[in-house]
Design a protein around this ligand. Sequence first.
Ligand SMILES: [Zn+2]
Length: 343
Amino acid sequence: MSAVKYVEKQLPEPGQKKRVAEGVYWLRFPLPFALDHINLWLLEDGDGWTLVDTGFGAGKTRELWQSMFDHALEGRPLRRIVVTHYHPDHIGQAVWLAQHFGAPVYMTDGEWQLTHDLFNQTDAEMDQGQRRLLLAHGVRQARAESLTQRGNLFRGAISGVPTPYQRLAAGDSLTINGRRWDIVVGNGHSPEHACLFRSEDRVLLSGDQILPSISSNISVRKDVPEADPLADFLASLRAFAQLPADTRVMPAHGRPFEGLHMRADKLIVHHEVQLTQVEDACRKAPKTATDLLPVLFRRELDDQQLFFAMGESIAHANHLLATGRVERELEGGVYRFRAFGAG
Ligand SMILES: [Zn+2]
């Protein structure tokens, strides 16, 4: 009853595009992670194309793009590149593609600013910031040290900072092939995530803001340790539930689906259940965000997953703190969260 309805039976062939709506084509690119693919969207745009998201900035993405210029793109140029948000699987090849085609890059200010900031952080700034956050939330010294000797991985995962860029903002629209796409901005997964919505036939290019089978990562970032991104994300889900019920959603991961309202509701409930579980755990005894990992993740976490998991654990704890459901104590430089009421 609560499952989304997938509207495409077949995936696009590797290196091929697949038509999914009037003038909208689906490209599926590999990713070198557990999350093994990303969906990009190619929109007919006069004698060329508008591309939404660009693939990871390292690995085989560039070769795959080159193999597609004459075939999937039919030898037609990219006229515009839209980047939904700063994560490297989305913005990765934007600068390279923009230079190749002489095409402008469109993104929101919030995503551009963060891209610029992260790209320019030194290895030491990146490592020290991560270490400070992990230590404050209960990761042991030796583990925190070993996890934060990676330097600035972001810089190596994107082809550059798109400069200059064209600013997108909530309420803007783009006319692509004579059709209007509204810019709908979501928050919480990233600062100012752009989605594109075509109201005439209710097509939503949702990026990572709403996904059909996994929940988007909601992390507290090292440079804003007191933030409450889960509040932003839940508010965005409620706003997306205002779009028409029969909207076809084209997500960045997974397959196109219908059932936006149901999916938004299910994600809200998922986070509310997690918040309650975290609150209950903090009632038994004060807990660090590290202590809370097994409450939120019932599986082994490798080093990469631990970063995302810690970000997510702190996000849930910070949200409970911001909404007055837990209090926080600092002892020996480590935060512990304590829920009210009897254990
Ligand atoms: Zn993302």
